[in-house]
Design a protein around this ligand. Sequence first.
Ligand code: HEC
Ligand code: HEC
Ligand code: HEC
Ligand code: HEC
Ligand code: HEC
Length: 440
Amino acid sequence: MGKEKADIQSRPYQTEFKVEDFSSAEDCKSCHPTHFAEWASSMHAYSAKDPVWLKLQQHEQAVHVEKGIELGDFCVQCHSPVAALTDAITNHESFSLSDLEALPLQIQEGVTCDICHMATHIPEPTNVITEEQSFETTDFKLFTDGTRYSILNDPIENEYHASEYHSGYDKSEFCQNCHNLSVNGVDAEVTQFEWEGTAFQAMGNECQTCHMQTYEGRAATDGPLRSDLHRHFFPGVDVQLNTANPDPEHYSAVEALLLEAAEVYINDIYHDSLINTLNLSLIISNNVGHKFPTGTTFARQLWIELSCKVNENIIFSSGFLNENGDVSDFYVDPDREIDPQLQMFNTVLYNAEGDSGLLNVGVSDMVKLSDYTLPVSGSKSVHYTVPLPDNFEGNTTTSVRLLFRSFPPFYLRFLGLNTEAERIPIFEIDQKTAQFVISQ
Ligand code: HEC
Ligand code: HEC
Ligand code: HEC
Ligand code: HEC
Ligand code: HEC
């Protein structure tokens, strides 16, 4: 435990900011090369340049302008806090990568070092109230007198900044201004609320435990060797899509996290001789400290790929990709004719007009959400009915894979991101095979 100064929770925090109040991450690089390199590969460094964010930001602005609603900095506040705090963006509807690149580095850097390390107080979770058009409500309690806060309780001095211990940096609540969004009190992206009250919280597994793992090293080039430093890759599910070669270390961190995220079991197989079907039930269990997926769940794809073979001939399959690389979910196959037994674990948003789905409804106009994600500390069971050839006797082989990718390609093509659509990796989270002999 560190020595926290007694007055830390009663200090003032700032309400007005200039861009120069924040340093660029480039200024931290020489003394904190490891922290810089890891952060630079993370989605936090990418959050403003993210091509999907840039396109969707424009799209949502346009959709709302048509309804007479000004979203303003709604999307900017979490994806480039320095821009929102300094009102640097005025052309939201057309705001593009080249506009971003004309702004100061602190803004381009999205969730940059100083947005986290100048926080003096734990922030509140975010709720927006659409009726009052109050969209810019993300809470930042920062103080930019140059002091950098975090969990080193005996930092050595340096000529660039003062350092101070803050116990809040070790807590999940530290992340909740950005990682917990409700709209008119309705859950939208509520990772913090999903985690609260779970066994993970009870055991002290904070967001940082899984997303900022500890290692031994030096916090600064001429600092002492320490055994409890924190990785800054912030692995989740995404890799940067604006490059053909995302950082391999960040990619491995994401892969390692995802491979432990869930398991699939073939729970039961039996032959229903009355209707001549093979009936299968699977259990998919979640190991994650929140739902899987969490956050922008409506855009994620976690699904089962299943095939059933009889003597090497495939008699049934589900969850396979079509020629465009898409899964035949209700977006691709609205009448559910191609893959009626598809099992997909995500959410669907609805708006007040009764429209639903990724292409029609965004977080800012959602009123309801159907939740098909894997529950925290829980599991889901799913069933398949496989029709068998007449009078079949012999061996069947069932193969199951639990697959994940961050976006369906059709969605990125809808946003005009064709190159990025081809870069989305698919992760195999788990796989199982089972044999079953049928005798009439
Ligand atoms: C001139 C070198 C130098 C520069 C530049 C520098 N730091 Fe540091 N920083 C240090 C040293 C040295 C420590 C203490 C390391 C130790 O004791 O292990 C430190 C400690 C920290 C801590 C830990 C504070 C605590 O008490 O837990 C944070 C956070 C931090 N720096 C953030 C930053 C950020 C953000 C930037 C860029 C805006 C930056 N630093 C730039 C040298 C530097
Ligand atoms: C027990 C470990 C664990 C804890 C605790 C944990 N996470 Fe995660 N998190 C994971 C794993 C594993 C994944 C990948 C699977 C998934 O998406 O749920 C993940 C994914 C994510 C993602 C990307 C999700 C997506 O599907 O787009 C975000 C964002 C995230 N976590 C934030 C948080 C926050 C914020 C907290 C604290 C409130 C937290 N995590 C606590 C393990 C954890
Ligand atoms: C999203 C918020 C966030 C961003 C962005 C971020 N950090 Fe951190 N950093 C943290 C948290 C939280 C901790 C403490 C983690 C804990 O105690 O569990 C930390 C710890 C540190 C420490 C203390 C040593 C350690 O590893 O524990 C240093 C130094 C540091 N960060 C530097 C940086 C620098 C430099 C950047 C930018 C290149 C940066 N951080 C970006 C949240 C952030
Ligand atoms: C200032 C807002 C902000 C804060 C504070 C913040 N995050 Fe994030 N975080 C974001 C945004 C925005 C993204 C998504 C960026 C993108 O992909 O465009 C993100 C992405 C992530 C991801 C990767 C999700 C994925 O899709 O792969 C993880 C994991 C994560 N954050 C964890 C944390 C943790 C842990 C903390 C607290 C220590 C934290 N964040 C604090 C805004 C924030
Ligand atoms: C309260 C903070 C907050 C607001 C407001 C917000 N976002 Fe995000 N956004 C996040 C966080 C945190 C993540 C990462 C969660 C995850 O990975 O599941 C994220 C993820 C995303 C992603 C996925 C990025 C990726 O690479 O997977 C997109 C796209 C996105 N946001 C667009 C938007 C748009 C457009 C708006 C405005 C309509 C918006 N966001 C408003 C915090 C916010």
